[in-house]
Write a protein that binds this ligand. Sequence first.
Ligand code: C2E
Ligand code: MG
Ligand code: MG
Length: 565
Amino acid sequence: MPFSSREELERACFQNLLSSSEERVFFKGMDGHFLMVSNGFAAALGRGLTAAELIGKTDFDLFSDVHAAEALADEQHVILTGEPIVGKIELETFQDLPDAWVSSTKLPLRDDRGEIFGTFGISRDVTEQIEAQHAVEYQALHDPLTGLMNRVALMDRLAQSLIALERRPGQIALLFIDVDGFKSVNDTLGHKAGDQVLCEVGRRLDAIARRTDTVARFGGDEFVMLCTRLRDGDDLRLIGDRIIRSLSKPLRDGSEVDVTASVGAVSTSNPTLAPEELLQQADFAMYAAKRAGRNRLEIYDAQLHGLVASSRGLAAELRRALDEHQLYVLYQPLFRLHDQAPIGVEALVRWQHPERGIVLPNEFIPVAEQHGTIGEIDTYVLDEACRQLAAWTAEGAWKDQTMSVNVSGQQLRDPKLVARVAATLARHQIAPSRLCVEITETALIGELNDANRVIDSLTALGVQVALDDFGTGYSTLTHLQQLRATILKIDRSFVAQIGGRPRDREIVGAVTAMAHALGMTVVAEGIETDAELSELTAVNCDQGQGYLFGKPQTPAEIARMFAAA
Ligand code: C2E
Ligand code: MG
Ligand code: MG
């Protein structure tokens, strides 16, 4: 050994750490001046100063005064208490350079006798992760087209406003706005014109809203306005009329587009009302406005209440639908992106209603979740989908193609779920690895530990588990890290943006990389254009589905498609 003492060896190791590693390591005296820093620290600063040149300087020479003062306060805390600060996420700001997010750990520096003579720390740049997280959070609460808040954000505000009524009695109002004749705008002038109309409607509503009000887009041509400080009953009619007048003005120069709006309004001073109930009342008033001839305002009252009661009938109808086999399943093909080979299908439920025609799941699944029929629906779809997969396999056309089935997040609370999945697989003699359970409505996943228990049991069974609709509602990075799913499905709202905005491409790229790091497979939903497909391929997304490859279709159509592939 070329070293005469242990001390010399340790010093040499230490010197190597400081000079060769990219870690940002720093040692500071009691008053915050640098005693020693790693080359990695000097390099990361990007000021062309060497580690040696930094000795004797303080944070005030390098960062903004605000950041330097905060850092000094943290270090004084470490010195006074002897307690470390671990993994603190903070924003580094500079006089002249762009901000950066860092994670820093600071510990006391002690001499041989244990006396503190300064601090030392390690920091890491986490800007990319934090920005991706912020973007995902923003996306989860906003409508990508209009930039307004989305349903989740508005319902949260509504809940808060109701709670606030307890402390400070008053009136709040909810207005449900549906654009009349929007479908014909889309059909005759195209989607681009339709989008422009929706954006303009959003802008006009925003202009009417007061500072304390919230405007949200609920999807399609539905908007909701929440007014938190109503002066008296007349106010409601005034706001509603203003909305109708504003929206009926020609929407584009040259007035090619004329739309009007039907508005349903409700107000309350009752803090115990459930947010969903108030929303349903506003929704019903809006329907009443449509029925009464559109382009008008209806205010919810006791008479309308009768109509609400009849909506409860929908739940009963659903139960009958199950008994009378009005539900059926369509299948949407799933593709591997790099070679565009079809690798499986997702089962999507439909309701052939005797009077209303085909009803889509977005309309009846929430009703089923509310009224307790969701379990029966999911059980039916699981069984039917497995039966179909077994049939395709028996015909000899399919070997290892997979079947994805949606299960409401609510069902994770059902103690029999895992046993039911196991029994269904056994009944149809399907290898567990060919089934993927997609968990939807993650907002309903209450206790993460419980959810993980179910996910782990399914995984132990050999079944794959996917986190559906990632990037919407509450399904955000927190869930990604905490739920042990094997597949991540990125919601259509992300995919729809990816061609247009470079930033969204970066987010999808970062989310994909993060999911890959967690060992997950990434599936993109709602791929409609070649441009979206190539962007997704470029960021290494694994699989995809969407109208570009194929819409949800009947078993016979699927069999033909896969046979031709
Ligand atoms: P999901 O699981 O995210 O399914 C994807 C939805 O996006 C489907 O809507 C599909 O038709 C639609 N889609 C696929 N590709 C495209 C595209 O390129 N463009 C557009 N615009 N849309 C596309 P669908 O069938 O109406 O289902 C809606 C949601 O209802 C599903 O979203 C799922 O959350 C839920 N759902 C469907 N079947 C079931 C079920 O059996 N049980 C439960 N609990 N939920 C279900
Ligand atoms: Mg799904
Ligand atoms: Mg989805």
